[in-house]
Design a protein around this ligand. Sequence first.
Ligand code: F6R
Ligand code: MG
Ligand code: MG
Length: 376
Amino acid sequence: MKITLSVIKADIGSIGGHIAPSQHLLEAVRAHIAERGRGLTLDHFISHTGDDIAILMTHAQGVGSERVHKLAWDAFLTGTGVARTQGLYGAGQDLLKDAFSGNVKGMGPAVAEMEFDERPNEPFLFFAADKTDPGAFNLPLYLAFADPMTTPGLILSPKMSLGFRFVIMDVNETSGDRVIELVAPENLYDIATLLRDPERYVVESVWSRATGEQAAVVATSRLHNIAGKYTGKDDPVLLVRTQMNFPATGEVLAPYATAHFVAGGMRGSHNMPLMPVAQNTGTSYFDGPPLVSCAAFALHEGKLTEPLDAFAHPFWDAVRGRAADKSLEMRRQGFFGAAMLPMSELEYTGIAEKLGKLEQRFRMRSERANEPATAL
Ligand code: F6R
Ligand code: MG
Ligand code: MG
């Protein structure tokens, strides 16, 4: 049976700044999908990570279905109405266009979708990250699908030993989807060369070379490329099918124990560690730290089981402790050096404006070295 998994997520308003949506808002989105999705979706699951609401849907309409995208868009519009009546901060923040035009891609919400022949047992993972951008998944996907130090299945399982194909997108290109396909293990150094720059090159999808099946898909949209200005961090979602010819669930989860530094945190402009958290966790310290949640499901004939909260397990408490320590360590140096993102990635214009003004006051010192600088 061919099934499509679609996850569409947006920040449409939250309590107390950019912390988390209200229960009332979540309920409004849930009720909209339950009522209006009847006869269209096979199942759905609504959750939030930080200030983002994710609508996960199963259906048989294929990738990029106008009806499915419109359902999610309308649910976010309905939610925005509720956010406004409650006075939530940033109501409708990620809905960047006025009129729906067939597909939510390029309209603000993040989208990750894949269509596949459902296996007799179909375990998959749904990751949602907040206060960071799509490149946050580069390292975990590289480790899970290309590194036998993390994924012993790459040497133990004959099918997995054939490796995986990575589709990588240049997200700086705004005129269209600029992508490259590279295969592991043969192109490992080329894959690494691109993925080391997660603000520009982002893993879009991963495919099994043994069977041709799709294993993973990432939402690659960058909000500032759509809006032309800062409207919030991109806060990506990721779907990964696991087990059998794909990495095991534990192999896909393992890289998150690194709590690696990602772009994000306060004002979307810092380097902060990615903290694995339980589902429906809000943000706190320094508008972060950047969060990632993971719901594990089994899928059968398009129906979802209840989600298992992969990062709620006690193991991750120790990782969270380390992520908090790394956050504090980085924050000790404030805006200096590696703590704040480079100019090209700053999400607010204040620094560029200040530099522009200061630029006019620089002068070349005259050859008489002792001449004092002009008084202010
Ligand atoms: C990060 C984020 C927040 C805001 C910050 C200021 O992605 O959303 O850190 O940038 O709280 O928000 P504004 O500019 O809305 O006051
Ligand atoms: Mg927000
Ligand atoms: Mg967010």
